[in-house]
Design a protein around this ligand. Structure first.
Ligand code: 13P
Length: 287
């Protein structure tokens, strides 16, 4: 059964580790992540952007697929199904479809509007036992056509939004989605420290988890980060493994064109990537 992400993230924050949010794109992705979580006795959050949900046939398809896999694969570790960077309407629709966790990303609205809309979403979500992530200071890079400038959040705004009863908070600290440029300045730990002080024991969320060096991940966790989102790295290793299979001509040998064979190396690559992240984040055996 899907669970809200509230409890697993409060536990992570207290235990000084982070739970990974891995974004899903299809059945193979979802299966790979769920099996890795189960094999490593780790809690996990499945992230779904609105674009990915649309690609998979809508929120109902995603909920049906994930619930089916939890049952069919005997997944017993805590799993939250979370809408990633949800719009106001998207977040509401995802809740109606059966998502157990919601991100409402109002970071592109004027702050007062972000506050007002987040408050409404919190009331609705909590009446159904669904956890809520809010965002202050947009995350840089491009995701599903939404381009963020990569702001650094204002700790006082973080404090104000954290007092609305949200369950966890994404705050921009120089992190960006996608591959980091050569000249990236790194995470802004000074600001993260201030946000951590201003928001008490609120679990903080680090978006753009792909490609952040290990030491920075560890320092971020020590400063209150309890949820780390990873998408691009799984996409890159999946594509690399699939390319290798085809370049080696394996699809032309025997029944190598069978999608179950063709996609298997990519699935194994995702499993390996997810396991490495779970080790780094410290969530193994925390289910
Ligand atoms: P990456 O694609 O950079 O890993 O970011 C994922 C993310 O933050 C999803 O919200």
């Amino acid at each position: 059964m899907l669970v809200s992400a509230k409890e697993m993230l409060n536990k992570a924050r207290q235990g000084k580790y982070a739970v990974g949010q891995f974004n899903i794109n299809n059945l193979e992705w979802t299966k790979a992540i769920l099996l890795t979580a189960q094999e490593n006795n780790s809690p996990v959050i499945l992230g779904v952007s609105e674009g990915a949900a649309k690609y998979m046939g809508g929120f109902d398809t995603v909920v049906g697929m994930v619930n089916g896999l939890l049952k069919g694969l005997n997944i017993t570790v805590p799993v939250a199904l979370h809408i990633d960077h949800g719009s106001y309407d998207g977040a509401i629709k995802a809740m109606e479809a059966g998502f157990s966790s919601i991100m409402f990303d109002g970071s592109h609205y004027p702050f007062e509007e972000n506050i007002a809309k987040t408050k409404e979403i919190v009331e609705l979500a909590h009446s159904k036992g669904i956890s809520v992530e809010a965002e202050v200071g947009s995350i840089g890079g491009e995701e599903d056509g939404v381009v963020g400038a990569g702001e650094v959040a204002d700790p006082q705004e973080c404090k104000a939004i954290s007092e609305l009863g949200i369950d966890f908070l994404a705050a921009g600290i120089g992190n960006i989605h996608g591959k980091y440029p050569e000249n990236w300045a790194g995470l802004n730990f000074e600001v993260l420290g201030k946000i951590n002080e201003a928001t008490g024991d609120m679990p903080l969320v680090l978006h753009g988890g792909s490609g952040i060096p290990e030491e920075m991940i560890k320092e971020a966790i020590s400063l209150g980060v309890a949820k780390i989102n990873v998408n691009t790295e799984c996409q890159v290793v999946f594509a690399e493994a699939t390319r290798k299979y085809i370049e080696e001509g394996k699809d032309l040998q025997g029944k190598g064109f069978d999608p179950r064979k063709l996609l298997a190396p990519g699935v194994d690559a995702i499993k390996e990537c997810v396991k490495e992240k779970m080790e780094l984040f410290g969530s193994i055996n925390q289910a």
